[in-house]
Design a protein around this ligand. Structure first.
Ligand SMILES: Nc1ncnc2c1ncn2[C@@H]1O[C@H](COP(=O)(O)OP(=O)(O)O)[C@@H](O)[C@H]1O
Ligand SMILES: [Mg+2]
Length: 278
């Protein structure tokens, strides 16, 4: 491997992403830096519009036009392909293709964004496997059924042939998690993975992500605006505000002694749960 074993899995340095428009340039992400160690969970929190999703999309190089990565490095140290800079991978390189869904997976906030309405859920997970692994369709199907079981979907063989609209929101999100993790990525990015779900389902899905993370050994970049979720899931936290990271640290210390007004505002958004956080 071309890096020391203790080096962080991901190091984002001075990342800047902008959206030029007729009205001027919107600096969606302004010079942010953060690191994430192998197997750990970093929560990126902040109010709506603070730049969380743009950061996630920059990592996978899927920022929609006219958005551009203007500056910075995103060093990813993969056990499989070595050290790469995601910011400078060629758009058409096979490596970028391998990164997306193979080395780094993304769970979108809204499960329907990730799922095709016209294909069975089983065939969609098969396809993710076949894109990234050299296995037969039959072997892919076996992996899919096993993964559906692992994410807590009963009667996997029957569910395999169902379409997304035949499943509840909670089951759909389990399918998305199965698809994201079936190729055992080194990094999982979960962008508000439970915001669309009610509180009971939210706790179940977060627990599931945590268990699978442990099993697979992947790191998680968890995006949320909910500090309750941060307390349950993350080791470290970075608070974003208007495209910048304004506070960061271990979860306990940041939640116990928030220094930035933005962090305090996010804490105050959960008055009834504040007591269980710290
Ligand atoms: N497609 C887009 N076109 C123009 N500006 C965008 C686009 N997507 C995001 N932005 C800008 O980037 C900022 C951050 O967006 P985003 O990362 O989606 O916020 P959030 O923290 O809620 O995930 C927005 O406030 C907006 O100014
Ligand atoms: Mg977002």
């Amino acid at each position: 491997m071309n890096f020391p074993p203790e080096a962080p899995l991901l190091e984002v340095k001075n990342l800047r992403v902008s959206f030029p428009s007729a009205a001027g340039v919107v600096g969606a992400v302004q010079n942010i830096s953060f690191a994430l160690a192998r197997g750990r969970t970093l929560a990126l929190v902040g109010e709506s519009g603070s730049g969380k999703t743009v950061t996630a999309h920059a990592l996978l190089r899927i920022v929609p036009a006219p958005g551009v990565i203007e500056a910075g490095r995103m060093v990813f140290r993969s056990r499989r392909v070595g050290e790469i800079d995601l910011a400078h991978l060629d758009e058409k390189s096979g490596l970028l293709f391998q990164v997306r869904g193979g080395l780094i997976s993304l769970i979108f906030q809204e499960p329907m964004t990730a799922l095709s309405p016209v294909h069975s859920i089983g065939s969609q997970i098969d396809e993710a496997i076949l894109l990234h692994q050299e296995v037969s369709p039959a072997a892919a199907r076996r992996q899919t059924l096993e993964m559906l079981n692992r994410v807590g979907i009963a009667e996997a063989a029957r569910r395999y042939s169902q379409f997304p609209h035949e499943l509840s929101g909670g089951l759909r999100q389990r399918v998305v998690i199965a698809m994201a993790l079936v190729c055992r990525p080194e990094l999982l990015i979960a962008d508000e993975p439970t915001t669309a779900l009610d509180m009971t389902l939210q706790a179940q899905i977060l627990g599931l992500i945590k268990n699978l993370q442990r099993e697979i050994g992947c790191a998680v970049l968890l995006i949320t605006h909910d500090l309750g979720v941060v307390a349950q899931m993350a080791d470290d936290v970075a608070v974003m505000h208007r495209g910048e990271i304004v506070e960061r640290g271990g979860v306990r210390e940041v939640l116990k002694r928030p220094r930035h007004a933005q962090t305090r505002a996010l804490l105050e958004a959960l008055p009834s749960r504040r007591g269980i956080l710290v």
